[in-house]
Write a protein that binds this ligand. Structure first.
Ligand code: GLC
Length: 583
């Protein structure tokens, strides 16, 4: 869920509210409490924020862990086997029945040191673990709720603290995911799909504000005072308002340097945007992180064998970094406390690739190209890292760049040099016959000066549409950023956007970002060109609200029309880009 950035003057008043919130339970025995507080967010200068975010921007790659009582049923309830961390809500499991799973939760094989080393060896630089997911189960001792790993399971020990320590021992940063609104066990906690204060089980009935003050605020305070966390990862801001988030947002200052995301709600922007399961075609401005599963589930599902390949995950990492983001890749551990072997195998492959090509990932910023037909590019100052996914059969790689080149070499072949020719504002690299890496072979290209390249033909082009909402005009779809969208009114199910490139232009690919909204828009799209016979379809398909980017048989035209069909109404796109065909 994307929230508008918080009005920074609100932050200053949050500190007073924090002290008004319940002091929360005393921390666990023998735990030192850091009570220093960081300056109010409103006092943070851009330079201070950059300093606080520096490690996160350098890190680029992290491990997401969705672990909890839901790993006991492992995705199965009745005859259905497609559940995971949402099983209690999706299957409408009564509270008493669900709590019985906790009596089987005994992760005797849990080895946080091994988990942290596996993450480190995979080239990951931080870990985020679910301290409390929507089911309300706390993976840490909590005086605010008996529904926790110490009081409700045979294991009876803190799971969060040892991982925090192990991560820091491995030189990794570490954080907790905390579902601040939803709690499907404590009365009053939000239950997605149900009115505030209610749920599918009579015992759910309760006061939401009482839940926030008696469970969520004390637990977040426990997490931030007991563990030296580097990240707090909020999720699903149901029923959240600025007044309700205030005590939670204020607690952030208990942990100096903490990085938070944009999912607290109530207008709290946090530090990072959180596109989920997709890579925004245009990237997002500022700090953002794609979180993604390796198969189709966040929590452990013993039946889900739809694994993304290691090559696909390596390319995702490169693609995300090329757009300027971080990659938070998920594992759902088993109830015994182990990583699924398929997950570990993929981490091993990614780690091997990063040991050779890490310079093209860590500390990089977004590359200069909106689209490349053969891969993506990351950047580090005058160095461009060309990530080649499709190795050219003829050994000739065209780079749409007009710069003079100082050097070109393969990261996998230190000391190698590649011949580079320059013609008509483009570079022509000559590559060896065989790709060093089947997933992603990287060329380090050192250029002179800032990148000189042609603009995207559709950027800023005149646009019209069949319908639009005030404030969601057609031009927003061509403004180069996915932050403002073109949207039709809610009662419209199908709408078109027409782009005039001003002159016939050879187009070889297109990309579209969709509005990052919940529930996701499931749209169908049709792309047409205007030719002598009228509008001719050149591409079509459906989306999962995640946009799409596709190459096309090159077509030369001046006018293009994108039609979006959205059964739930209010079709639209955040950004449409038409990319020049490579002659
Ligand atoms: C989705 C899932 C939730 C998961 C989150 C991670 O919202 O519903 O269970 O924790 O993605 O981003």
């Amino acid at each position: 869920m994307k929230m508008p950035l918080l009005n920074v003057c609100l932050a200053a008043s949050l500190v007073q509210l924090a002290s008004a919130a319940t002091n929360g339970p005393a921390p666990a025995e023998g735990v030192t409490v850091e009570t220093t507080t960081r300056p109010p967010a409103s006092a943070e200068t851009p330079a201070q924020r950059d300093a606080r975010m520096a490690w996160w921007r350098e890190a680029k790659f992290g491990l997401f862990l969705h672990w909890g009582v839901y790993s006991v049923p492992a995705g199965k309830y009745g005859s259905h086997t497609n559940y995971a961390e949402w099983i209690m809500n999706s299957a409408r499991i009564p509270v008493a029945e669900y709590q019985a799973y906790a009596r089987e939760f005994n992760p005797v094989k849990y080895d946080p040191a091994a988990w942290a080393k596996t993450a480190r060896d995979a080239g990951m630089r931080y870990i985020v673990i679910t301290a409390k997911h929507h089911d309300g189960f706390a993976m840490f001792p909590s005086a605010a709720s008996k529904w926790n790993v110490v009081d409700a399971t045979p294991y009876g020990q803190d799971l969060v603290g040892p991982l925090v320590q192990a991560a820091h021992d491995q030189g990794l940063k570490v954080g907790c995911y905390y579902s601040q609104s939803q709690d499907w066990n404590n009365p009053g906690g939000a239950k997605s799909g149900f009115p505030e204060g209610d749920g599918w089980d009579p015992v759910h009935k309760g006061d939401y504000d009482a839940y926030l003050n008696q469970v969520a605020v004390p637990q977040v305070r426990e997490l931030l005072t007991r563990y030296p966390l580097d990240i707090l990862w909020w999720d699903t801001p149901l029923y959240m308002t600025p007044k309700r988030i205030a005590p939670l947002a204020a607690l952030v200052k208990l942990r100096p340097g903490l990085v938070t995301n944009n999912r607290l709600g109530g207008g709290f922007g946090g530090d990072t945007a959180t596109p989920e399961q997709f890579v925004p075609v245009t990237g997002y401005p500022g700090d953002w992180e794609t979180c993604m599963t390796m198969n189709d589930h966040w929590g452990y599902n013993a039946y889900d064998q739809n694994w993304k390949s290691s090559a696909e995950l390596i390319r995702k990492l490169a693609e995300i970094c090329a757009k300027g983001g971080n990659f938070l890749l998920n594992i759902g551990p088993t109830s015994a406390g182990e990583f699924p072997p398929a997950s570990t195998a993929r981490l091993h492959d990614i780690g091997q690739w990063l040991r050779v090509n890490g310079d093209s990932i860590y500390g990089t910023s977004r590359g200069p190209f909106a689209y490349l037909p053969w891969g993506v590019a990351t950047r580090k100052g005058s160095l461009l890292y060309l990530h080649i996914f499709q190795w050219p059969n003829d050994g000739r790689l065209v780079v749409p760049l007009a710069n003079e080149v100082k050097s070109a070499s393969l990261l996998a072949r230190p000391g190698s040099t590649l011949p580079v020719a320059s013609r008509d504002g483009r570079l022509l690299l000559t590559l060896p016959a065989a790709a060093p890496d089947p997933a992603d072979s990287v060329v380090a290209l050192e250029i002179k000066g800032a990148p000189v390249l042609q603009p995207v033909p559709s950027a800023g082009a005149p646009a019209q549409a069949s319908a639009w909402l005030p404030g969601s005009e057609p031009a927003h779809a061509l403004d180069g950023s996915g932050q403002k969208c073109w949207r039709a009114p809610g009662n419209v199910k199908s709408a078109w956007l027409e782009v005039d490139l001003g002159q016939p232009t050879a187009i070889g690919a297109f990309g579209l970002d969709e509005p990052d909204v919940w529930p996701r828009l499931h749209q169908s799209y049709t792309l047409e060109v205007a030719d002598a016979s009228g509008w001719r379809k050149i591409a079509g398909g459906t989306t999962q609200g995640h946009g799409t980017c596709q190459s096309l048989p090159p077509v030369t035209a001046r006018k293009f029309r994108l039609t979006m069909d959205c059964p739930q109404g209010s079709p639209g796109v955040a950004e449409l880009q038409l990319y020049r065909a490579e002659e």
